[in-house]
Each structure stands twice: as structure tokens, then as C-alpha cells.
Ligand binder design. Sequence first.
Ligand code: ADP
Ligand code: MG
Length: 287
Amino acid sequence: MQRHQVPIPLTTASVPKQASTPHVVAIASGKGGVGKTWFSITLAHALASNDTQQRILIVDCDFGLGNVDVQLGLHHKYDLTHVLRREIPIEEAIVPVKLHNDGAHSTNRIDVLPGHSGSSTLRLLQPDSLRSLLEQIRDLGDYDVILLDLCAGIDWSSRMIAAAADTLLVVTTEEPTALTDAYAVLKLAVRDRRQDGYTTPNAWVVINQASGSRSGQATFDILNQSCKRFLSFSPHLAGVVRKDRRVSEMIRRQSSFLGTLPTSNTATDVLRVARQLVADTFPALVN
Ligand SMILES: Nc1ncnc2c1ncn2[C@@H]1O[C@H](COP(=O)(O)OP(=O)(O)O)[C@@H](O)[C@H]1O
Ligand SMILES: [Mg+2]
């Protein structure tokens, strides 16, 4: 078996999406610490905000080291481990999030399906249980968009989730190590799709923590050139999100970045990504 080969068929991707079902987005990175979880939460906030008003579910798919709940300061009784152990129906693990700040971007249109940090249940996840979980998540009818915040790396579970999603969003920074890992994620996603007999994935890239819009665009160009040259495939640029040292402060305070600093460059960048995705990749959601 090749090193990166997925040992199971990626069947969920074969189910055509119906107009009424939510649009499922897998948020992946390769390298850890690039800002996937922060971006997932902030993108959810942007999509749910007054601009686009989508109903969003964030699922913490960082099996083993989930921290969406920590970044949001959520208190909850149940999480994905209870769902996987079949102790509760999936709906009971869902926690509503209220991002009420003074800014224009207050919302109560976001729910979270929390993960669990350090649980052996999630570490012992099997392909069948993951496939069943993804089907249950997709069947949750009340959402426009479901964001799956993945763990770093290219293990079978991340690849299976990426293959099952309608859209793959790869987050990277400008660092060469992060870029190399982002390329690996894209390469495997392309391979997995082709191996299953499909066309290339609907893959988008976010350059996060960019030092500027231009350098972020240049970083994307480098990644795109490699994809074109070696994979005969071009991901789309979802956007460049500039670095702001206050991101870390907001995470420490468990405060919403978009709600607290709605006019900052970084918030504006994430809002632009949300609009771009709604217009170009979730067209079924636009009335
Ligand atoms: N746009 C940004 N500007 C500045 N710092 C950021 C930005 N995005 C993320 N970060 C920093 O990156 C750290 C890691 O973010 P996190 O969402 O936990 O990454 P991941 O989920 O990819 O491991 C955060 O604690 C934050 O300090
Ligand atoms: Mg994370």
C-alpha cells in the first residue's frame, strides 16, 4: 500500500448534494497552528452575520485535540464522544452559540458540535463510525452551511472528511513549511477524488496571518503554480486574511474577533472570504 493511500472507499462523496441539504465545507491545513479553528469560528460568524445570514453548524473534527469550545468559551454537557458511543442522539450534543458584541455582527445563527480533547474514544475512531457520523451530520437539516474544523495532518480521517465534503478549504500561512503541507493536502485530495473516479475537488485556499494582501496573493500564486505544474489542477483563492496581533488576545479573552473589531483589516478580509464563498461555491444558497 502506498504511504498516503486511503484504505477505505470514500463513498460519501458519491452522494449528489440535494438543493435542500446543507453545504458541507471541510477546513484543513496540513500544518498545525495556522489558524484553522480561529478561521472556522470567524468565518462562521461572517457567514451568519447580517451580510449573508446563513445558519451555520461548526463541527469540531479535530478528533483527540478539539478546541472549538475553548476558543468560544462554551460550556456543554455532551460532545462527539457521546455521539460516537451512541449514548445520545447527535442533536443533543449541539450547543447554540451567542456571539453578541456591540458591533454590527451579532448573531445567534451559529451552533457547535463540540469535540473532546484527550479522549481515547475519538482516537479509536473507525472508518465505519466516521462515515456514519458524517451521514448524521449531513442529515441535520436546519443548516445552510456546515463547517468541519479538521485536525492538522493528512491522516485517513481528515482525508475521508475532505473527500466527503462539498468544498475543501485549505488554510495556510505564508511560511514555506505551512505551504508545503497545504500542497500535500491538495495533492492527496486530488488523488483521492481521481481514484474514486471523480473530477478534481472543489478546493479553495485561504492565506491566513498574511503580512499584507499582496504578499498573500504572491503566496497563493506559488502554491497554485505547483498545483498546476504537478497536479494539473488549480485551487481557487478564497482570500487573504491579514495578521493581527489582537487575534491572539481575543482568543485569550474568548471574545469574538468579528464582533469586537468588525472594521479591522482582518475582519474585513474574513467578511470578504464569506461573501466570495457564498457567491461562488454555495450558489444554491443565494436566492
Ligand atoms: N489572522 C491572524 N492573525 C494573527 N494571529 C492569528 C491569525 N489567525 C490565527 N492566529 C494565531 O494562530 C494561533 C493558532 O490558531 P488556531 O486556530 O488554534 O490554529 P489551528 O486550528 O490551525 O491549529 C492562534 O492562537 C492565533 O494566535
Ligand atoms: Mg485547531
